[in-house]
Design a protein around this ligand. Sequence first.
Ligand SMILES: Nc1nc2c(ncn2[C@@H]2O[C@H](COP(=O)(O)OP(=O)(O)OP(=O)(O)O)[C@@H](O)[C@H]2O)c(=O)[nH]1
Ligand SMILES: [Mg+2]
Ligand SMILES: [Zn+2]
Length: 305
Amino acid sequence: MRTSKVRAAIELLPGQVIASFGRTYRVELANGLQVECATRGKRSDVACGDRVQIQHSGDNSGVIDSILPRVSLLYRSDAHRQKLIAANVTQVLIVVAPIPSFYDDLISRCLAACEHANIRARILLNKTDLAEASLASAALDIYRQLGYSVLSLSAKQSIAALQEALQNEVSVLVGQSGMGKSTIVNQLAPEARLRVAETSLALDSGRHTTTGARLLHINEATDLIDSPGLQSFGLHHLDQQETAHAFVEFRPWLGQCRFRDCTHRTEPGCAIQAACLEQKISTVRIQSYRTLIEELLRAKAHRFD
Ligand SMILES: Nc1nc2c(ncn2[C@@H]2O[C@H](COP(=O)(O)OP(=O)(O)OP(=O)(O)O)[C@@H](O)[C@H]2O)c(=O)[nH]1
Ligand SMILES: [Mg+2]
Ligand SMILES: [Zn+2]
């Protein structure tokens, strides 16, 4: 008797990645079932929020077969690889707090990544119950002047200020460790019961309590993603021109420098440096821009070593 060589067509099920831990993902199917999935081979380009097709093995496990087209992708990158943060988000909330103190450089890098990915970015100042909050809020004026909206709240007291901003959006919370991202998500979706740092982080720089990204459904039209604390934010996927363009206040001056390939650092006849001297561009921002360009140039020099 001849054995049939025709394999039954593999049935693929659509779902959404609602958690990513290293190379393991939790996928939620249309019927609400949650399946722990691996990827094929060494594939690691799946992000929390991705719409995927999975091959379900019957028990609670499966394999991600393909990723459906994305509306957006937020990621960072070093010289060698991309590090995905979240997919299909409509806005990014950069969470900062008075304590631990925040780094302007990290804010500018997050903002630049959002500009490049075409995702709206907002800044969220948490822990306004702390005495240092007014100083922290004043330090955020640079970003208000650039047109970014800054929301303020104390997750320990009330998250009411955030509810309207989140409604009908898929948002991801990003930022340094210890800023209170998971605390905010727990207030909005108590059933999430995310692990938060147990003791207050007085002068600590954070403890990296969250290790993977998690997506929570706040209501039918509103999703929120918690992500692990960031220590660095490489932007090697942006070239020199794209980096300058990602700094929104540079745009009016781009194309007006003496040299077409001006890196806006030490070249004569540079419109960006002139704007900086006239205090139309803040030093904090130009410093971040320059560090990024230097990182790019260093990586390029290494490639030609
Ligand atoms: N005073 C005060 N403390 C807060 C507030 N929100 C969060 N915290 C505290 O800040 C610490 C860090 O909170 P987490 O929610 O774990 O911070 P995270 O940003 O998720 O940190 P990672 O997961 O490491 O990135 C905890 O001790 C929280 O209790 C707030 O509004 N006010
Ligand atoms: Mg956390
Ligand atoms: Zn220039």
